[in-house]
Design a protein. Sequence first.
Length: 546
Amino acid sequence: MAFAAIHVPDFMLQAVLRGEPQLFGRALVLIEGTAPLEIVVAASEAAARLGIGPGMAKSQAQQFGAIEIRHRCSAPLRAQEKSAHAALLDLGWSFSPRLEDVAADTIVLDLAGLQVLYSCEENIADQLARGARDLGLAANVAIACEIESSIIAARSFSGITLIPAGQESQRLGVLPIEALSPSAELRETLQRWGVRSCAALAALPVLDLSERLGQEGVRLHALARNENKRALILAEPAALFEEEMELDDAVAELEPLAFVLGRLLDQLCARLNARSLAVQTIRLRFDLERSPEKNVRTLEADSGQKTDAAIYEKTVALPVPIRDSKTLLRLLRLNLQADAPSAAICKVVIGVDPAAPRSTQGGLFLAGFPDPEKWELMIARLANLVGEANVGSPELMDTHLQGEFRMEHFATIGEEKAVARKRKEISAEEKDETPSARGPATGFRVFRPPFAAKVELREECPVRIAFCGVRAEVIGASGPWRTSGNWWEEGVWQHDEWDIEIRCDAAASAREQNPGARSEAALRDGMYRIYYDGLRRSWFVRGAYD
């Protein structure tokens, strides 16, 4: 059994550079502590060439010229370290489900069964290193037969290290004693004894070492001799993918905000790609400035009335799983143009719900359909122009109020197939019914908007009606059906409905001057539905039966 350890050297620096790639090649310094006792804890290669190193005071480092300084305990850097660690875990889970989260900069994988896929351990190590580079991290990879040996080798040797079975003590023996991470007191004791390498520690008798150094000395001796055997402590995969960035200066324009969103989406899509997943839902959250003076302005215009909300949240559901960061960025820009935040943005958090990527198979003799990604972009552009409530497929509301509907998002290909399958099942159930059993089909043509009418009543029953310049006699009436609803909202309604049969009086039908009146051919003898609006105290014609 073999294990692969992945270690990211200078993890704090690499986390910052992954979140701020514009700092590559520049003198970057990380500090810790509180003023005036701030000291350097990490420095980039450019800063090291200037003479800056760990332990140096911040005031001394500033004397070496223009350098970029980041405080390790600041919220932005903590978020970058969290994101880099999550990316490292995603890399491990993309290869093996058996993974141990050793530290923020180190993980260990169980390689059992992977030799069948990658033919040899060298290919596995090469793919792991390449996957780390794709995620913006430069990692050391070490493969050994024991967990602790692989961890020590990954933290001590650069690049890829392969340790054959039985050679762990020999390969690790050349390392200094600091590679075993002893305590400061124990390291000082071993230095006084002249024990400076792992091989020298492994040569000491374990009983004498136990009497003088205790259990920690025994543990270090077992590590040096490759005798510390243990099982993996398995980590649970994360179900939510999230990236965040706290901004030094609040962003009040869409263009710089799109730059930040694009960077976070690139990181998210790289992590999803490592896990062979795609984006199903995007959850966007902004922390806003308290002051309402700086309002976010879109490319088109203001979104409307501004408020003092401290948090802006938006959820974008996608029709199909998408993993293209550029397409996702265009969708977010269109959504933000239609519904802009109310103030300048201080912090950006993007979370996504993952899903399996869609798989499609085209036909040789079938016309190609538009990609769902392009279709979604077109719908988003239309919604940005005419309003989100005016784009989609009409769906009837569950209410007794006639003509009520709402616009639902267009169904995806899978949903359309499910609907078609349901209709086919219903059709199969009705196959045995004869046309005579179902009865004649009657259609109802709705007038939008309904026509205002004048109705003459006799004993509370309609006897004559006039609408659109036509007067007619009611020769049959059925009703009323009294319905009401929404009494708890402003849109309360109260209707008395009648189904009537009319016969137009040609001699009395004097066409009034009404530009919106229908032709006499359309207003012919037949059956109509009328209703009396109890709140507006008026009669209306809802539609006609065909």
